[in-house]
Ligand binder design. Structure first.
Ligand code: ADP
Ligand code: MG
Length: 508
């Protein structure tokens, strides 16, 4: 071999050494990066842990806060608003009733034709309208005139079908899903706007009156016979179908719950005398807080950066509006701690870019190579070519966040059951079947509505599983969670019907 040959060989050997060294360094750095990812995941799992003992502490805290909220105004983060709804539908309501459902991005107009026996809805018609964005921050007149016009159009089209003449007054149920201080079951004043609505001079105004005035401006002969929120509407529909329904919970963009409280509990706390047969209480449970809730730095950051810090703490851990953003924050941290995702994508810094339906898709991706996860990471977060083992880690993050949400939601529900003595531990007459020597847990139904519960299978399964763990299977088998589609709207029409039925009885 000549000099040139020797030099060439030496050069090749050196290059090979460098390549090998680079490969080893890369492998080591990838391994280090991987270890960091695993550590972030492990910390998340630890921070979100919900062993059954902790869930029981949340149950107790919920029941205690419910007592405190009922006892005095401002006594708890739970507002425990009285609704003045004493009579829930029985299935015997009869006639044609209308409802208006406002409380999110859409509003709906409904008409139901009730059969008068055995919970029969002869037919019902729903029309969904998006609320134009500009109306959410416009004036009272503009918003309510828009609603009244849509209602008038709907009634006009229905006139032939319903057979009600234009002269007859129609009874209307109004579902208004914002915090309201009720004065009666058909009137109340707005406490605060939420969900992006902000209309000047509306806080403190009578909501039914705003609608009533708009309807008369539009020449619409209708009477607001019930004013409720989505939880109360859902409870009403639940009770219409099954009289063992005692509570209802919404798991949608936001979360809230209401339940049927015993008359004596309300009289004791609020000194109300006309509460025969109990009353529905709107908990506004999205604002629940307890030191037993497993809170991570991701939750603290989300809260800090939200327009309503220190507000709606429970909702921020549970509801559809937030779960996607918690996952985004964890993936961002992983991407900052390790180069396994490549350079940090600017998309990861955009709040709410990862929506909850997307984390449901990733979580439930059953394709062999997690192709859906790869697609969402690529298309939404602009992170291409994520290796399979890292995609698996992202699925695990979705699992941890959703599992915590569902298990805390279950603890919240059991908290309500505990407050009303339906958790199997009450030992009082109220929670046991009457008669007979051997006492037995009473059948108890909780009505549920909302896109998070109905569309996200894993959320639903984790919630049901946790109910069994907390209550014990013997008790849990008597607690039925029942989905009430369109409950918030139909329920308001049912309440308008039962309200007019009770007026008819009173006038006899
Ligand atoms: P709203 O809360 O506005 O009344 P819904 O009850 O329909 O409306 O709930 C909508 C919310 O449900 C969405 O904001 C989303 O967070 C959640 N959601 C809808 N579809 C899914 C899905 N496939 N998987 C998980 N969450 C979903
Ligand atoms: Mg809703």
């Amino acid at each position: 071999m000549g000099k040139v040959g020797v030099a060439l060989a030496a050069g090749c050997a050196a290059a090979a050494c460098v390549t090998a060294a680079v490969m080893v360094t890369r492998r080591m750095s990838r391994r280090r990066g991987w270890r960091r990812l695993v550590r972030v995941l492990e910390e998340l799992e630890e921070g979100c842990a919900t062993p059954v003992g902790r869930l029981r502490q949340v149950v107790d805290a919920m029941a205690v806060e419910m007592h405190a909220g009922l006892a005095s105004e401002g006594g708890s983060k739970l507002k425990m608003l009285l609704t003045y709804v004493h009579n829930l539908p029985t299935g015997m309501e009869k006639g044609i009733y209308y409802a208006l459902d406002l409380g999110g991005t859409n509003f709906r107009v409904l008409r139901v034709n009730l059969g008068g026996q055995r919970s029969t809805i002869l037919d019902h018609d729903v029309e969904r309208q998006p609320i134009p964005q500009h109306l959410m921050t416009s004036t009272i007149e503009e918003l309510f005139d828009f609603i009244a016009t849509k209602l008038k159009d709907f009634v006009g089209r229905e006139e032939n079908v319903s057979g009600i003449s234009a002269e007859e007054t129609r009874e209307l149920g109004f579902t208004f899903s914002f915090p309201v201080k009720q004065n009666s079951s058909s009137s109340g004043t707005l406490i605060k706007w939420t969900k992006g609505f902000s209309i000047q001079d509306m806080v403190g105004r009578d909501v039914s009156q705003c609608l009533q005035e708009a309807m008369s401006r539009k020449g619409l002969n209708m009477q607001v016979a019930s004013l409720v929120n989505d939880t109360v509407g859902t409870l009403a529909l639940g009770h219409y179908h099954d009289q063992d329904t005692v509570a209802s919970v919404i798991f949608g963009t936001g979360t809230n719950a209401c339940y049927l409280e015993r008359a004596d509990a309300i009289i004791k706390c609020q000194g109300l005398l006309s509460t025969s047969g109990g009353m529905v209480v709107n908990m506004e449970w999205g604002n629940f807080w307890s030191s037993h809730l497993p809170r991570t730095s991701y939750d603290a950051d989300l809260d800090c950066e939200s327009p309503n810090p220190n507000d709606q703490g429970f909702e921020k851990m549970i509801s559809g509006m937030y779960l996607g953003d918690i996952v985004r924050r964890v993936v961002l941290r992983m991407s900052q701690e390790s180069d396994v995702f490549g350079p940090v994508s600017s998309k990861l810094l955009v709040p709410f870019i990862l929506r909850t339906p997307m984390i449901a898709t990733m979580h439930e991706d059953d394709s062999p190579n997690l192709m859906e996860v790869a697609r969402i990471l690529r298309d939404t977060l602009q992170i291409p070519d994520v290796p399979l083992n890292v995609r698996k880690l992202v699925v695990k993050v979705c699992d941890v966040v959703t599992r915590r949400a569902a298990r805390l939601a279950a603890a919240g529900i059991v908290g309500i059951l505990k407050k009303i003595g339906r958790d199997g531990n009450g030992g009082t007459a109220s929670c046991k079947a009457k008669g007979g020597g051997q006492s037995k847990m009473r059948r108890t139904v909780v009505a549920v509505e909302g896109g998070l519960y109905t569309n996200y299978t894993m959320f639903r399964e984790y919630l049901n599983e946790a109910m069994g763990e907390i209550l014990g299977e013997d008790v849990a088998e008597h607690v039925i969670i029942r989905v009430m589609d369109d409950g918030s709207g139909i329920g308001a029409a049912l309440l308008a019907a039962s309200h007019s039925a009770s007026l008819a009885i009173d006038s006899i």
